[in-house]
Design a protein around this ligand. Structure first.
Ligand SMILES: Cc1cc2nc3c(=O)[nH]c(=O)nc-3n(C[C@H](O)[C@H](O)[C@H](O)COP(=O)(O)OP(=O)(O)OC[C@H]3O[C@@H](n4cnc5c(N)ncnc54)[C@H](O)[C@@H]3O)c2cc1C
Length: 463
């Protein structure tokens, strides 16, 4: 049911006439996200410009029992920003100011609508570095990344968003504004609430500002590429490199299907006949980087790589990493429905996980292609199916369940960085004990007693 004119006018009074969308044609763009099988229309989309506006909007929605779903760029891969119960989509993209870059103390304070790439460009001018690098960084917002605790290739050496989160400003569902954490490197002052909100998938509070830790830019970076005949052999090489004590900044994996699709979409020089490739980056001072790359090349050869070489110049390195970034687009552009899974296992079990996924795919006769952050055990097996072909789709769902079982048996988790959202909520019970889900629900109850913030996510509704 559409909102009354009084509700629409109230939202415009709090924000601005051009900050509220209610036409069906406008709403459609906010009814989906990075997943290919979820869609639901909100009744309105509102673009706040300040924490004060967020607080007033939340108080208004809470008093009127209107569900609110927070949205950044909508690139998440778990259905997290889909407004499944309608109501308001609170789109944070106009809160896009970099408030402060404190070079002396290595921190940045930003509004949450800042796009990660924009922050990275500002930091690069100052020779500063913010490592978490979800491969959607050209569009993803800081708020979405904090709410998903996003990671990326650099997670292997540098960790994920939570490792760089010092403080935040938030608005609770009923409209109260709080400052949490601080700006110091260390802080043990009661419960660590920023860490609780990091990865909470927009279900506990609206984050409006974040203070992030920065690092100095590494002096040198070098890229290497290793070609393998088989995907599991590439997985074994990753383990051998890590077991040797080397810590590359990145180790990424792609299988032959993904390589072929990327090269069809944009030829970037990947070896098209490789069964799988590993892409490495080493960073630090020049001598150490050189030594690390030589070590990586040596271990890959011992692990059966058909070819290993370092990128001949910066341009070739950029092409390789551009190809890696194009990975998901290449996959999504080649199947009607893609389930981009996100399992993560202890790194020593990577090769075993890859082998099991390949046999699951064969047994169920459903294609599964592979790309991922091999160095930290985070694999994205992408299940290719078509929602309109019900028999195939059912088998694909079974493949997803089998993959989760395999990851859990190997001591892993069902999501390393994409979150549970809608996509994996029916699998949560496989991964987390009922008493832990109950504890999570009681935390939700404290923050959001009316259950109006991003409803329907993480766990299924109680029957
Ligand atoms: C091509 C591609 C590559 C990707 N690569 C990676 C990758 O390498 N690593 C990775 O981790 N992810 C990756 N992702 C997933 C996605 O980009 C990340 O989850 C990203 O952090 C989402 O940011 P967003 O601004 O798009 O957030 P949205 O998709 O808009 O929202 C994500 C979640 O955060 C909540 N949220 C958004 N803003 C706020 C806020 N201000 N306060 C509270 N909650 C909020 C939403 O309600 C939702 O639940 C990729 C996605 C694509 C399409």
């Amino acid at each position: 049911m559409a909102f009354s004119q009084t509700t629409i006018d109230a939202m415009k009074t709090i924000t601005a006439a051009d900050a509220v969308l209610t036409e069906a044609t406008d709403l459609a763009a906010y009814s989906y996200d990075g997943t290919s099988n979820w869609q639901s229309l909100p009744q309105a989309v509102v673009f706040p410009r300040s924490t004060q506006q967020v607080a007033e909007l939340m108080a208004m929605a809470n008093a009127a029992d209107i569900p609110v779903t927070i949205r950044g760029a909508g690139t998440n891969l778990s259905g997290g920003s889909i407004p499944v119960r309608g109501g308001i989509v609170l789109c944070m993209t106009r809160m896009d100011r970099i408030v402060e870059i404190d070079e002396a103390n290595f921190t940045a304070t930003v509004e949450v609508g800042v796009v990660l790439n924009h922050l990275n460009q500002e930091l690069a001018r100052r020779r500063l570095f913010f490592p978490p690098d979800p491969q959607s960084f050209l569009a993803a917002t800081i708020g979405g990344c904090v709410a998903e605790n996003s990671g990326g290739p650099y997670a292997l050496k540098y960790g994920v968003f939570k490792h760089y989160l010092l403080g935040m400003q938030v608005v609770l569902p009923a409209g109260k504004v709080l400052s949490l954490g601080g700006r110091t490197m260390k802080n043990v002052t009661g419960y660590d609430l920023p860490q609780l909100l990091c990865g909470s998938e927009g279900t506990l509070a609206v984050i409006t500002r974040a203070t992030l830790r920065l690092l100095p830019m590494p002096a040198t970076r070098k890229t290497a590429l290793a070609v393998f005949d088989q995907v599991p052999a590439a997985g074994s090489a990753v383990h051998a490199i890590l077991a040797s004590g080397l810590v590359p900044a990145k180790i990424e994996i792609m299988d032959n299907w993904v390589i072929q699709r990327i090269e069809e979409m944009a030829p970037l020089g990947l070896p098209k006949d490789a069964g799988a490739i590993l892409l490495f980056e080493a960073d630090g001072n020049a001598a150490a980087v050189e030594e690390d790359v030589q070590g990586i090349i040596e271990i890959c050869k011992q692990s059966g790589a058909a070819e290993v070489r370092s990128a001949k110049d910066g341009r070739e390195a950029d092409n390789f990493w551009g190809a890696r970034r194009a990975g998901f687009s290449a996959v999504f552009g080649n199947a009607a429905t893609v389930m981009a899974e996100d399992v993560t296992v202890p790194t020593a079990s990577m090769a075993e996980l890859i082998g099991r996924i390949q046999s699951i795919s064969r047994q169920r006769d459903v294609p599964v292609v592979m790309i991922g952050h091999a160095g930290d055990g985070n694999l994205h097996p992408c299940i290719l199916t078509d929602e309109k072909d019900s028999a195939h789709f059912e088998r694909a769902e079974q493949v997803a369940a089998d993959i989760f079982d395999a990851a859990l048996e190997l001591g892993g988790v069902i999501s390393g960085e994409h979150g549970i959202g809608l996509e994996k909520r029916r699998f949560l019970k496989k991964a987390v004990r009922p008493e832990v889900i109950d504890l999570m629900k009681s935390i939700k109850q404290v923050f959001d007693p009316k259950g109006l913030l991003n409803p329907g996510k993480i766990w299924e509704a109680d029957k």
